[in-house]
Design a protein around this ligand. Sequence first.
Ligand SMILES: C[S@@+](CC[C@H](N)C(=O)[O-])C[C@H]1O[C@@H](n2cnc3c(N)ncnc32)[C@H](O)[C@@H]1O
Length: 329
Amino acid sequence: MSRELSLAEIFQLGYYWETKILLTAVKLDIFSALDGKPKTAKEAADRIAAHEPTLCLLLNALVAMRLLMKEGNVYGNSSTAEKHLVRQSPQYIGHLLQLHHAEWNNWGKLEDTIRTGQRSVDRHVFETNPELGSNVLAVLHRIGQQSGPDFAKRLKLMGPGRMLDLGGGAGTNAIAFCQVYPELTATVFDLPATLSLTEKTVKDAGLESRIALVPGDFNRDTLGGPYDVVLMSDILHYQTFDTNAALVSKVFTHLVPGGRLVIKDRFLDEAGTGPAWTTAFAVHILVNTQQGSCYRTSDAIQWMTKAGFTSVAELEKTAAVQGVKSREA
Ligand SMILES: C[S@@+](CC[C@H](N)C(=O)[O-])C[C@H]1O[C@@H](n2cnc3c(N)ncnc32)[C@H](O)[C@@H]1O
C-alpha cells in the first residue's frame, strides 16, 4: 500500500499554472525567439508579435521555472531550453508540448463528459491537424529509438522472416527490429499521410531495401503478407473493443502457420488502478478521442483467443501480449 498524500502534495497536484505557462511559451515560440543571443523583452515581443509588458510577466515566470535566465534586462534560454525548445534544434521536443496545448480545451470538457458519459470530441487532433500529428510522431520516434532495440531483443526472433508493423507510424519498431535481426524484412502499414515521415526515417536508417511501406486503412484494406510476426504497437487504444477484436481476427489470417502476433500497448491492470501513468492516460484518451479506451491485458488475451491464437500470454506486465498461430491452423 503506497503512503497517503500530504496536503502539500494535494495542492501541488491541483496546481497547473506552470504547465499552462510552459505550453503557452512553446506555442508562442518564445524559446526560438531567444535563440542564440539573449534579448530584451521588447526585442522578444517584436519577434513574436506580442505585447511587451504582458510578455514580461511570462518571461519572468519562465526565469523562475528555470527555463530562462535573466541578467539585467535581457533574457536568454537555459541550456536545456536551447537544446529542446528551440524549433531549429535537432533535439526539439516542442511538438509534443504543442499537442498538449492543442488538447487543452478538450480537458475543459472533462466534467461534462464524466457527468453525461458523452465524449466531447469527434476527431483526434492527429486527424484535425495532421502536420502536428506527423511532427509528434517524429519526436516520439527520436525518443523511442532508445527503447526499441531492447524490446526487439526480448522477443527473440529466429532466422529470416517477414514482419508487419501495423500502424507502424514513423517505423520506430520496424527499424529497431531490422537493426537487431539482420535477416528480417519488414512492412510498415499506415495511413498515407503518416508514411511520408516513415519514408524519411527508414531512409535515414539506411533500411530502404529491407523495409517496405504500405499505405492503407488497417480496418478496411488487405494487409498483404503472409507474415511471420505482426506487431501492433500503440494503436488499439484509439479504437473500440469490437473494432480491435475484428482487427486481431483479420491479422490472424495474414500470419503464416506458426507465426505470432505481439500487441504492445498501455494496458491497465485488472483493478484499473495501475500503472499510475496509464490511469491518467485512460482519462486523456476519454477526453481526446471519440471512441478510444485503455484496455486490460485480459482484453487483448480475449481478442487473440477468440481469433484462434494459441499460447496466448502476457509477455510484459501491462505492456505486451503475444499469441501464436498454431502450425495446424
Ligand atoms: C500512436 S501511433 C503508434 C505508432 C507506432 N506503432 C509506434 O508504436 O511507435 C498510431 C499509429 O496508428 C496509425 N493509424 C491510426 N489509424 C489507422 C488506420 N485506420 N489504418 C492505418 N494506420 C492507422 C497512425 O497513423 C499512427 O501512425
